[in-house]
Design a protein around this ligand. Structure first.
Ligand code: NDP
Length: 265
């Protein structure tokens, strides 16, 4: 290496391309912004093209951040294959995949419908399998490409904790924790980092009913050692860490970003 060349800094994502599924709003949009701020070119994604384009424009916001948009349904294998193919063709090879798209359904278990169960599994788990399989096929073909490529799955405090009324959602987030560990075993030998980021409670469309429930909202703050709900900016450092060379020897871990909620009873 000459004096003028340098290896990327531990948190430097310049020259890297990231896809964040479900980044047209909420947590995904915050993760996309954080990765773009660290220098990555970011593909903003959802099912609704207009919403994705608006989010991409907000993230770019004249600040020199590089964004593209892509729309496909993460539950559909053919759409996933075609969508990743379009990204590779138009933006270039992906280096970072964040499996963030997800949904929540709440009901007492006796009233939980088959459709809701199937939607939860498809959107929260099958999607991560389909997307990870698709990028792994490309990435394994050139194993020792540097820097390390990364898959970041989005779990939840429900990857560890059970709570009444959302057992099927908890099952999907538990599955994400184990998918992460298994994929790390499969992909670490190919210089691919696989970890999960597991948020506590954050105010988004997904949690709007909880935010509106004053009693529940107060319970979240009380149950969290940090004494509050998460702010979307709390996720920026952790996602950049998991996407960057700083985490190259971290494999199969679930990083809880929850103000300590899962650390205490
Ligand atoms: P939102 O409902 O605010 O956003 C969900 C995103 O996923 C949207 O961009 C939506 O885009 C996209 N999406 C949903 N279904 C599909 C699909 N089938 N195909 C493609 N895109 C889809 O959710 P949050 O931001 O709150 O949650 C993001 C992730 O974080 C989820 O995995 C969730 O489980 C997890 N999480 C959230 C917590 C919170 O407190 N909010 C806590 C812990 C984990 P579009 O509608 O355009 O398709």
């Amino acid at each position: 290496m000459t004096d003028t060349q340098r290896s990327p800094g531990p948190f430097d994502l310049a020259g890297r391309t990231a896809l964040v599924t479900g980044s047209s709003r909420g947590i995904g949009a915050a993760l996309a912004l954080a990765l773009a701020d660290a220098g990555a070119t970011v593909v903003v994604h959802g099912r609704d093209a207009e919403r994705a384009a608006a989010a991409a424009a907000r993230i770019a916001d004249g600040a020199g951040r590089q964004t593209f948009t892509e729309t496909f349904d993460v539950t559909d294998a053919e759409q996933v294959d075609a969508g990743i193919g379009r990204i590779v063709e138009t933006v270039g090879p992906l280096d970072i995949l964040v499996n963030n798209a997800g949904l929540q359904r709440r009901a007492p278990i006796t009233e939980f419908t088959d459709d809701d169960w199937n939607d939860l599994l498809a959107t929260n788990v099958t999607s991560a399998f389909l997307l990870s399989r698709r990028v792994a096929r490309d990435w394994i073909a050139d194993t020792w490409r540097q820097p390390q490529r990364k898959i970041i799955n989005i779990g939840s405090v429900q990857s560890r904790l059970g709570r009444a009324g959302i057992a099927p959602y908890s099952a999907t987030k538990g599955a994400i924790a184990m998918l992460t560990r298994g994929l790390a075993a499969d992909l670490a030998p190919h210089n691919i980092g696989v970890n999960a980021l597991a948020p506590g409670y954050f105010a988004t469309e997904l949690t709007s009913a909880l935010v509106a429930d004053a009693e529940f909202s107060a319970w979240v703050a009380k149950r969290t050692p940090a004494g509050r709900w998460g702010e979307l900016s709390d996720l920026a450092g952790p996602v950049v860490f998991l996407a960057a060379p700083a985490s190259d020897f971290v494999q199969g871990q679930v990083l809880f970003v929850d103000g300590g909620m899962t650390a205490v009873v």
